[in-house]
Design a protein around this ligand. Structure first.
Ligand SMILES: *Cc1c(COP(=O)(O)O)cnc(C)c1O
Length: 336
């Protein structure tokens, strides 16, 4: 498959002669989830966005944001990030030959994401403050300098990410509801835009972590806390858009506890063979905790790959079995 700009150019703000920066993102697997379906009592599909080039859906938006930055003659890209935007921006900046700078909350970014951003040669800046503070600061920075801001306040990000909705309709024809984790709320905004553009209106069921659930509480959360670091956001930039997607689609935005998130995270890995990161599991956790509101065919978006956050996995998984190099010991270890 080509990249998503080429695949869906008719729906995107790029002309054939525009420079395109792509790693052939998009066209990700949509797999049935028999075990989740059984537990939820409805037909459930998983959209594996961790299969994108840098391991998260952020690549969909980044191919558009960085292509536009090149077209506009920017010489650097910058973002605030809980991790995946940083990894994606760093990769696409490297691909484009632009400088990349990413601002992350100090000590709050998963190991895999940090490794990616550093490997791609971005300047990684650890802010003594949370994501919301970082975003406020980079917005100011981008106003003062010829730097492209590639957070989801950037319209090109939303444009790119809406293509996931096209893929779902191309493959399934129809769905009743979309379950999706919500952090800064760019992705729920993008899916809703995508569905609307092609005349579909599934219920948008968004899920926030209970310790970082401003849209559920109706007020910003000053000190957001959750194990799902990708959605540890207290004041979503796309607040209004997310609320109107919810209302217009007759959907809901609800909270799930860290315990429910971890339960879904482990269930997906152990019973479906799908390893996503904790934030991604919020979509399935939400479906299991709150039900489908009458929907029968549901897609859960698994936003990022499990390898992004090996630390959490190792803390929550089983232990390694030590063994002496002898057949009887191996037999006991394997079969016992
Ligand atoms: C960015 C991200 C989210 C949240 O998406 P928003 O557009 O900020 O709502 C969820 N899961 C993962 C893995 C992410 O990287």
């Amino acid at each position: 498959m080509p990249g998503l700009i080429e695949r869906y150019r008719d729906h995107l703000p790029f002309a054939p002669e525009d420079p395109i920066v792509t790693l052939h993102e998009g066209s990700t697997p949509l797999v049935p989830a028999p075990r989740v379906s059984e537990r939820a009592g409805v037909e459930v599909w998983l959209k594996l966005e961790g299969a994108n080039p840098t391991g998260s859906f952020k690549d969909r938006g980044m191919t558009c944001a960085v292509s536009a930055a090149v077209r506009e003659g920017a010489d650097a890209v910058v973002c605030a990030s809980t991790g995946n935007t940083a990894a994606s921006a760093a990769a696409y900046a490297a691909r484009a030959g632009l400088r990349g700078a990413v601002i992350v909350p100090e000590g709050k970014i998963a190991t895999g994401k940090l490794a990616q951003a550093l490997m791609h040669g971005a300047r990684v800046i650890a802010l003594r403050g949370n994501f919301d503070v970082a975003l406020t600061l980079v917005r100011e920075l981008a106003q003062r300098h010829p730097i492209a801001l590639v957070n989801s306040v950037n319209e090109f990000r939303i444009e790119g990410q809406k293509t996931a909705a096209f893929e779902l309709i191309d493959e399934l024809g129809e769905l009743d509801a979309l379950c999706i984790p919500v952090g800064n709320a760019g992705n729920i905004t993008a899916y809703w835009r995508g569905f609307q553009e092609i005349g579909h209106h599934p219920r948008m069921l968004g899920f926030q972590a209970a310790g970082a659930a401003p849209l559920v509480l109706g007020a910003p959360v000053e000190h957001p806390e959750t194990i799902a670091s990708a959605i540890r956001i207290g004041n979503p930039a796309r607040w209004e858009d997310a609320m109107s997607a919810m209302t217009a689609s007759n959907g809901a935005i609800q909270a799930v506890t860290d315990e429910q998130i971890i339960d879904a995270y482990r269930f997906l890995a152990e019973r479906e063979g799908v390893f996503c990161e904790p934030a991604s599991a919020a979509s399935v956790a939400g479906l299991l905790a709150h039900g489908a509101r009458g929907a029968e065919r549901i897609v859960c978006v698994l936003t990022g790959h499990g390898l992004k956050d090996p630390q959490t996995a190792l803390e929550r998984a089983g232990t390694v079995v030590p063994c002496d190099p002898e057949l009887t010991a191996i037999e006991r270890a394997v079969l016992g």
